[in-house]
Design a protein around this ligand. Sequence first.
Ligand code: SF4
Ligand code: SF4
Length: 151
Amino acid sequence: MRKLLKTVFLVDLIQGLWVTLRNQHPKHIYTEQYPAQRPKIAERYRGAPRLNIHPVSGETLCIACNLCALACPENLIVVTSERNEQTRRKELTTFIYDTSRCMFCGLCEDACPVDALELTQDFELASYTRDGAIWDRQMLEEGPKPTRYRY
Ligand code: SF4
Ligand code: SF4
């Protein structure tokens, strides 16, 4: 009898609607309003690469040791260098990083002995084509430039 009354008076439906209405308050909204509001990125997130330079001199921190290229399972980093005959030190000439093949595992970053190569928190790498996915030294040193949307 109780079950019949519940069915006739649509108790389950009303209870369901009440739960829905109760959760309409803005404080219960979990949808991120991206790109108007940028999401909070985890501290250890590994995103777009950057080749760090000295903040004062502007010189690259990279010592062209090639360890990042050797550590990369995708073989997507190419580092070339030449020896400076005066200082007898290897100097970086080119640094190529193919972001389209990168899986952001961070092995290259971990292998770098001088913290020159860094995977930043920039996650906006999606694109419709692979054009521009191969980053050269200049692009890597300038670092990612995330789009700032205006509303
Ligand atoms: S993050 Fe991983 S896949 Fe990407 S360049 Fe570094 S080692 Fe290679
Ligand atoms: S980025 Fe780091 S690991 Fe890679 S060549 Fe430069 S110094 Fe070596």
